[in-house]
Design a protein around this ligand. Structure first.
Ligand code: FES
Length: 105
């Protein structure tokens, strides 16, 4: 069975930053060979999408980065910049752990 993991990046308040974060995440997924994950024999495709408000607006206002949510686990990150993409992809999707320094509570 094939399922999909999705990373939704808010572009409502910071359109260019959000778009650049999404682009950097896609690039890293490809570079790190993580566009398709295999967990317990099941394939998961990983998609990155830009979206409107994620109801994390206070985190969009703070700092230079964007807010994003990873589904289906619904883990939210804030102030994510394009330079964070490699670490976020490696940690969250590669190792299956949260990236604490950007995690929203
Ligand atoms: S405007 Fe980005 S989460 Fe609401």
């Amino acid at each position: 069975m094939s399922t999909t993991r999705r990373l939704f990046v808010c572009v409502k308040q910071k359109t260019e930053v959000g778009a650049n974060v999404a682009k950097a995440l896609r690039k890293e997924l490809k570079k790190q060979g993580l566009r398709v994950l295999v967990t317990d024999g099941a394939r998961q495709h990983v998609r990155v999408q830009t979206c409107s408000c994620l109801d994390l607006c206070e985190h969009c206002k703070k700092g230079p980065g964007a807010a994003l949510i990873v589904y289906p686990e619904a883990v939210a990150y804030g102030n994510v910049r394009p330079a964070d993409a490699a670490e976020l992809v490696a940690r969250h999707l590669g190792e299956g752990k949260v990236l604490r320094r950007l995690l929203l509570k």
